[in-house]
Design a protein around this ligand. Structure first.
Ligand SMILES: [Zn+2]
Length: 363
């Protein structure tokens, strides 16, 4: 084995000139021993990170060409053809799963474009499925990108307040999920935070013959400021009010999170999700310890935008920060990570693996 290490300093000579250091403490435990070489560090490493654990989000619009999203450098709205090409790039990097968000040309009060077979998500799903049979397609199942008021279901008035009509939303979410399954989605991902949505969707999928289609529940989803850039990207900012009456209160605590996770499990969810990710790593751990279901973390748009801004300002090293962040999700207990960094991270993991293989080949 050849080595290009710098010459070793003469430690012994140095010590004799500094007699106070010759008195060695009697340390029985020296954790540094297990970290001495890269091989020793990799021997007992607990957390793994691989491209197959990433879910890549794609925004798809009805127009032509790519529209970069100013608040999310490196992320664009794609045409259907552009999305098909992007999925090919993801697969070539080992990222086998994508989640689709639709941006329709026309919106109305009940989000019709979400559940038409000619809707943007349905069209894109069929095109991606035809070009890439092996990819796992997740369809985001919500109405807020399709309603003209930007809320996650049709509106009603309760006690003088305009709010989302929970039970009317269930019917439309179920229609949306079935049309997404019919287009070829492997997984539907309800994100509206309507009570009973998992059960309504599971029942409708089964009745339509889609017992094999999985439901990934955004079970623990907070009313978060970190969604800001996503709403720019998807054009889904509510035209009045906020989503505080259906999404969870950031100060709600663990009991509320556990209750939401348990209800969705009882209704037939196949996966649970915690959203956002970084400010809620503790919630990921709590759900992980309480549930047997696979768990997904959503590393949301605002987390991505913050990191990108710090990198652009020269404050952080992008590769190291992104990989450390993704490892943090895995350590907290997430099985899979929905992240806009997916393709970059997959590229870096591949580069690092190639460097390691090169080193081994020279040994
Ligand atoms: Zn929504």
């Amino acid at each position: 084995m050849t080595t290009s290490l710098p010459p070793r300093p003469d430690v012994q000579a140095d010590l004799t000139e500094r007699p106070e250091l010759t008195q060695r403490p009697e340390l029985i435990q020296r954790p540094r021993r297990t970290r001495r070489t890269p091989a020793l560090r990799s021997l007992t490493r607990e957390i793994s990170l691989s491209a197959a654990q990433f879910i890549y989000p794609l925004f798809i619009h009805e127009g032509q060409g790519e529209q970069p999203i100013a608040s999310m450098p490196g992320v664009s709205r794609h045409s259907v053809a552009g999305a098909v090409a992007k999925v090919g790039e993801a697969l070539s990097l080992g990222v086998n799963t994508v989640v689709l968000f639709g941006i329709p040309d026309s919106k109305d009060a009940v989000g019709t474009q979400a559940y038409l077979d000619t809707g943007i998500i349905q069209v894109a799903t069929r095109a991606i499925r035809a070009a890439h049979p092996a990819v796992t397609i997740i369809a985001d199942t919500c109405l807020c990108e399709y309603t003209d008021h930007g809320h996650c279901g049709p509106l009603c008035e309760i006690g003088g307040e305009v709010t989302v009509d929970n039970d009317a939303a269930l019917e439309l979410l179920a229609l949306t999920a079935v049309s997404q399954a019919r287009a070829g989605a492997d997984i539907v991902a309800p994100s509206a935070m309507m009570d009973g949505q998992i059960g309504a969707i599971r029942t409708a999928l089964d009745a339509a013959g889609f017992t094999h289609v999985l439901v990934m529940s955004y079970a623990v989803k907070y009313a978060s400021a970190y969604y800001g850039p996503f709403r720019d990207a998807a054009g889904s900012t509510p035209s009045f009010g906020d989503r505080g009456s259906y999404q969870m209160d950031p100060a709600g605590g663990y009991r509320e999170a556990l209750r939401e996770a348990r209800l969705d499990t009882e209704q037939g969810a196949d996966y649970l999700m915690v959203k956002p990710g970084l400010p809620y790593l503790d919630v990921i751990r709590v759900i992980r310890d309480a549930s047997l279901l696979p768990l997904v973390a959503y590393n949301v748009s605002g987390e991505y935008a913050m990191l990108k801004a710090a990198v652009a300002a020269g404050m952080l090293d992008e590769k190291r920060t992104v990989l450390e962040t993704l490892i943090a999700f895995r350590r907290a207990g997430a099985d899979a990570i929905m992240t806009y960094h997916a393709l970059d991270a997959a590229r870096w993991l591949r580069e690092d693996a190639q460097v390691r293989e090169g080193v081994q080949a020279r040994m």
